[in-house]
Design a protein around this ligand. Sequence first.
Ligand code: SF4
Length: 651
Amino acid sequence: MNNSIASLKQYCNSLVQYNRRKTIEVKIGDVPMGGNNPIRVQSMTTIDTMDTIGSVEQTIRMVEAGCEYVRITAPSLKEAQNLAEIKKELRKRGYNVPLVADIHFTPNAAELAARIVEKVRVNPGNYADKKRFENIDYTEASYQTELDRIRDKFTPLIKICKEHGTAMRIGTNHGSLSDRIMSRYGDSPLGMVESALEFLRICEDEQFYNTVVSMKSSNPQVMVQAYRLLVQKLDEGGFKPYPLHLGVTEAGDGEDGRIKSAVGIGTLLEDGLGDTIRVSLTEEPEAEVPVAYTLAKRYDKRANHKNIPEIKHYAINPFEYTRRVTHEVVNIGGEHWVPRVIADLSQREAITQASLFSLGYHYSVPLDKWNITDMACDYVYAGNKLIDFAIPGTLGIIYDYTTWLTQNEKDRVYPLLDVNTFLEGKQLSNALNFVQVSIENVNASLIETLRTNKNIVLVITTDNEHGMAEQRRLMLNIIDADCSAPVIIRRNYVDLSQEELQLHAATDVGALLLDGLGDGIFLSAINCGPEKMLNETAFNILQATRTRISKTEYISCPSCGRTLFDLQETTNKIRVRTNHLKGLKIGIMGCIVNGPGEMADADYGYVGSGPGRITLYKGKEVVRRNIPTEKAVDELVNLIREHGDWVEQEN
Ligand code: SF4
């Protein structure tokens, strides 16, 4: 791979100076996107499209919450036709929000909707193709015949959009790539990009440029790589710089959904990519809107950040996950250790056994034992507060250096030093020392000293507003100097709401972890919410980046007018029964649109197949059809048992 900065920078304007990628402006009703317009926020209704008043009222709630475009599903002609009624009623009530028709499988519905609403979203994976899940061996000629067939099916829609001034989104979904794309490119970011480019070429041949593109996946790693690759391929292929619609599909709900979305969307926003955001939560659509604004507003004044030195050589592959190679220090770094979590208790008046409860350690007084949960932190940073009780066997304590010196008992007790103290060659722990550095401190003498001290873990900090880019730049210095010391990413936050903290931390740390950088997370926060939340945020970021799995993962769709059961209620029921199955991925989809493909990423799937009916999947295979909804959760549990993935819940 060519790692010269010239080739890699093509996925964004700059890796060190915040600079939003310049895109063409796309006209969508009265709310243009791209160009110099702000990052737009949008969402999708969840009500049946045939329920005109229900759809209108939900749309109004979304607009009142700040939604700038509203997407509505149009699975067939009758729903596409009803978009006219919804639009008429909205305009009558004084709401001019641009409407977007969401289309899968039905070109005739798209052609009708494009005459009614301001934008049409097509999924290139299923617009002109029916999935048979076949691997087909194409020759150049047979592949071309397929492309010609797509051109014939897709061109009428382009012509209608041109005639009516309707915009279009070519919305690729990782879960629903066509058999043709899968056969040639596999289930990969490249396949996702090519899937969109096939459609974009047809648009450009027709001189139609009112287009937005998206590359969604429920896996933030795949999603980020696909968007980066898309930008590179657009530039390389001489396409116009189309605006990007960012989203992580089936992110789930609550903090999991927020953190997963922030890891994917935030990582791209940091590098100046993205012109509109849709956060997909399994919640009411209006709940998605503030999350999107919180993600976007961080960049309003970002360009004024402190200078970060330019990059000459980029040692990170932004299109493929590779963890940075480090040596092992106790249980940090190396080939085998998952990233560690350091909890900060240094602001407490005093640290007692009860202080550890919120960090995943439950002490039983009668048994005199610690119960350690899957979200138990690995280290506690105590600052200069002394811990005078026996700590759980899996926990390490970190003291400030001067406090550490006063400790007689040094087993699982380690110092945190600043660079100068470290370079002065003072007394160190034989096992493990944490040395805190910022970008200014990484110089030749530090690197030289690190070469001879193999028991050092670097804790990197930043006070730069463009902190992720600065910490990434620091990492590049270390990599280029061939330094293999493990690195803990530390971030400090002050006066944020709980949700802001989760979204900011997921962006700042998640973006580095997705590129294989970082052997641990250390979040310090003042007035941002409880310690328990902070500790769980760290674990959730690791889970979302798939660098450390500590719980069951739910890949649940946000629901829309196609949904065949109550997604929020069902997700909760499934969660109650299965949330102890650490590492298992369960897909919960309202309908089949993304179902089978999305199951590629899930171990088990629960998919609506008709009113009151559920189909269950094991991987991509259908294993039980048409189960009545009342029995489906039990059947899912049975299925998990049959395949040996069930464990009994501990009381
Ligand atoms: S998977 Fe969910 S959000 Fe997607 S189309 Fe089906 S019901 Fe709607």
